[in-house]
Design a protein around this ligand. Structure first.
Ligand code: HAM
Length: 410
């Protein structure tokens, strides 16, 4: 039996890996332009961290976590997202205080036991940022602007920004009650999960993707109607600054996002070119998470972009096709002695900063020339008896077909 990669995971190689490398470089460059610095947290954390922050009644915590006991019986979980780990790390390492701003980014794999489909995997990758220490609506706009700039730098077009406000500790409970009341009369028509959500965490009904639930969800009142005066002003300011920066957005009154830690601004960047999983990025403000996890009173806002979805969109663009020739020299050896010389020459080229390759399978001259062509190398370097005797190399330009004699590199 041949082993297969686990369901919902993917091997990445060849041209696709080049797209990944390009994306990672652009992410790092764009984050650095906004003065964010990288933070690397463990792939697994204590299970309790995610339960406490994302919420015990969310789909992520309830159904999607890869949780296991280690040899000492401690419950650990592969990170389903990175906001909670970054907050944990920031508190533990004293990286945040109420009067300073701290800005972190991350790029890496996340794990959720979801039903795999196009754009949804069990091991997927996010590039994200977390901006600590400001409750100013300009910080929200800075973060949304960064997401927009990131996709622009990646060469993606046709994306839209959806925004909403889910209120604060003062007004969010009123909205939760309004949602509960609106849906209670329809309870029997909702899916079994939503019946449960309605009891435990009514806002999460709004994340439901089941087709039969959608007509009822669309009747739920707008979150913005329940906002307290401060949250209303705050949301208006976010929209004002977004407009001032020329960022177009849709006011999506039913956007609540699938994680419990959000307060005030929430947003997603969506693409019409993707199928059901159309969000390339999601984020928002989480002013109570740091304090809820035992840290100081520090407001925060951030987002994470789903890189599989970015790859999907980029595959259809010209950028994906560009791949620079990588090999300078493919060394072709005509006999056993020449092979040994070729082996040394290859090391010499590399020491000179060139890329070089040769045959390792004792193939015929003809097969080596074919391999040189296939490799995409700029030059084939031919070594035979004569070349060794005369201390010269025959160099064939594989693009033009021209051949010349050259001395050995020093
Ligand atoms: P999220 O909406 O759960 O938010 O995930 C962010 C993005 O990750 C999604 O928009 C999507 O592109 C991608 N994503 C999520 N699940 C999958 C999956 N199974 N397969 C492929 N891509 C996926 C968060 O994770 C928050 N931590 C974002 C945040 C940062 N909020 C504040 N700061």
């Amino acid at each position: 039996m041949l082993y297969q990669s686990p369901r919902g995971t993917k091997d990445v190689f060849g041209q696709e890996v080049e797209i990944w490398q390009k994306i990672e470089i652009v992410c790092r460059e764009t984050f650095a332009r906004y003065n964010f610095s990288e933070i690397r947290t463990p792939i697994f954390e204590q299970t309790e961290l995610f339960a406490r922050s994302i919420g015990t009644t969310t789909d992520i915590v309830n159904k999607e976590m890869y949780t296991f006991l280690d040899r000492k019986g401690r419950s650990l979980t592969l990170r389903p997202e990175a906001t909670a780990p970054v907050v944990r790390a920031a508190i533990q390492n004293n990286l945040i205080t109420p009067d300073t701003v701290a800005k972190f980014y991350y790029v890496g794999p996340m794990f959720r036991y979801e039903r795999p489909q196009a754009g949804r995997q069990r091991q997927f990758h996010q590039a994200g940022i977390e901006f600590f220490g400001s409750s100013d609506p300009k910080a929200d706009v800075e973060v949304i602007n960064l997401a927009v700039d990131l996709f622009l730098a990646l060469g993606l077009t046709g994306l839209e920004v959806d925004i909403n406000s889910v209120g604060c500790v003062k007004c969010q409970p009123g909205y939760v009650a309004a949602v509960k009341q609106a849906l209670q009369a329809q309870e029997k028509n909702l899916c079994d999960d939503c019946k449960e959500r309605l009891k435990l965490n009514p806002l999460r009904v709004l994340d439901c993707k089941v087709k039969e639930c959608q007509p009822y969800i669309s009747q739920v009142p707008s979150a913005q109607k329940s906002l307290c005066p401060e949250c209303q002003v705050n949301f208006e300011q976010v929209k004002k600054y977004l407009a001032a920066r020329g960022i177009k957005f849709n006011d999506n009154v039913r956007l609540v996002r699938g994680l419990d830690y959000y307060t005030r601004t929430v947003f997603e960047v969506v693409s019409k070119q993707l199928g059901a999983q159309n969000a390339v990025c999601g984020g928002g403000r989480y002013d109570n998470l740091v304090i809820n996890l035992g840290g100081p009173e520090v407001p925060a806002v951030g987002f994470a972009a789903g890189l599989e979805r970015v790859v999907e969109l980029l595959k259809n663009t010209a950028v994906a096709g560009q791949s620079a020739p990588k090999l300078d020299y493919y060394i072709v050896a005509m006999n056993t002695e020449a092979r040994a010389v070729a082996f040394d020459l290859m090391a010499k080229y590399r020491a000179l900063g060139k890329t070089a390759e040769m045959d390792f399978q004792d193939r015929s001259f003809k097969a080596q020339m074919k391999a040189a062509d296939k490799s995409g190398a700029k030059f084939a370097v031919i070594i035979g008896e004569e070349e060794i005797k005369e201390k010269m190399l025959t160099i064939k330009d594989l693009h033009s077909g021209n051949q010349a004699r050259e001395p050995w590199p020093r």
